[in-house]
Design a protein around this ligand. Structure first.
Ligand code: G3H
Ligand code: 13P
Ligand code: ZN
Ligand code: NA
Length: 307
């Protein structure tokens, strides 16, 4: 059945692990992810961005997720990723999602609170849960000085005030992760002191980590070997994500690793089978690559196998 993240997060918080939130855009991606979750008996969040809704259309994604629920019998949450205003959140709440993110992080503090509160009121009245974001992820590098960090990373005192005043169900925080395949220029580092502080000040409250792909070197190498050009790609090390999962982080967002797994597989296929042109010939191994990557995540990074 379609579920909210309420119970998943409570169990993840208590068990000191994290639930994977995977971005979905088409049937093969959805099937690869849910087949992995089924085999690992893992809790699962499927999330859809505004770009995904534009690419595949809302109704196709909802129906595909309904098919996944029927096919697997798993409890799955369907979540809007980075909703930028009240309207898109309302449209997903009305359109069958069980969870939405209102990303007001680009707004000043008071405006972020106001828009988040409005979404929370609408969502909660309809049994839907809400994630918000405080702090900025984009453009953050490991060379950022302390002053700059204070301006962009999540402020612990503000986080407490934000959660109290909005009644939000979970909060995405900025501690040094970023979206995409190029997360760090030198040594990867996250601000764990800040995470510990936020976590201590918000006991029993689920935190969310965006930009949490590990950018698996095997996929980067395979892409580059078979005609791709993604030099210097680097993600968040696995041990850092495991550590975050023990510090109140209950949801870990993964999109880039799905993209890389799929693309590496398809590049390899075309290089080795230049005569193939039936999409099933290359989408089947691509779906398989996603499945085995997600199984690895569930076991070794999220620690949510059998939960
Ligand atoms: O946070 C961004 C996600 O990776 C979704 O990306 O907006 O290109 O679908 P997208
Ligand atoms: P990655 O780019 O690290 O996969 O992050 C995805 C994300 O945060 C989606 O909201
Ligand atoms: Zn994100
Ligand atoms: Na956790």
């Amino acid at each position: 059945p379609l579920v909210t993240t309420k119970e998943m997060f409570q169990k993840a918080y208590d068990g000191q692990y994290a639930v994977g939130a995977f971005n979905v855009n088409n049937m093969e991606i959805i099937q690869g992810i849910v087949d992995a979750a089924k085999e690992e008996n893992a809790p699962l969040i499927l999330q859809v961005s505004a770009g995904a809704r534009k690419y595949a259309k809302h109704v196709y994604l909802v129906k595909l997720v309904e098919a996944a629920l029927e096919d697997t019998g798993l409890p799955i949450a369907l979540h809007l990723d980075h909703g930028e205003d009240f309207e898109v959140c309302k449209s997903c709440i009305d359109g069958g999602f069980s969870s939405v993110m209102i990303d007001g992080s680009k707004h000043p503090f008071e405006e972020n609170i106001a828009v988040t509160k409005k979404v929370v009121e609408y969502a909660h009245a309809r049994g839907v849960v809400v994630e918000a974001e405080l702090g900025r992820l984009a453009g953050v590098e490991d060379a950022v000085k302390v002053n700059a960090k204070d301006a962009t990373y999540t402020d612990p005192d503000q986080a407490v005030e934000f959660v109290e005043r909005t009644g939000v169900d979970s909060l995405a925080i900025a501690i040094g992760t970023s979206h995409g395949a190029y997360k760090f220029k030198g040594e990867p580092s996250l601000d764990f002191a800040r995470l510990e502080k936020i976590s201590k000040m918000l006991p029993n409250f689920p935190l969310v980590l965006h930009g949490a792909s590990t950018v698996l070197p095997e996929f980067v190498a395979k892409c580059n070997e078979y005609g791709g050009e993604i030099p210097g790609a680097q993600g968040v090390p696995e041990d850092m994500l495991l550590r975050a999962g023990k510090l109140g982080v209950c949801k870990i967002n993964i999109d880039t690793d799905l993209r890389l797994a799929m693309t590496a597989s398809i590049r390899e296929h075309f290089a080795k089978h230049p005569g193939d042109f039936d999409p099933r010939q290359y989408l089947k191994p691509a779906r398989e690559a996603i499945k085995s990557m997600v199984k690895h995540k569930v076991k070794n990074v999220l620690n949510c196998s059998g939960r």
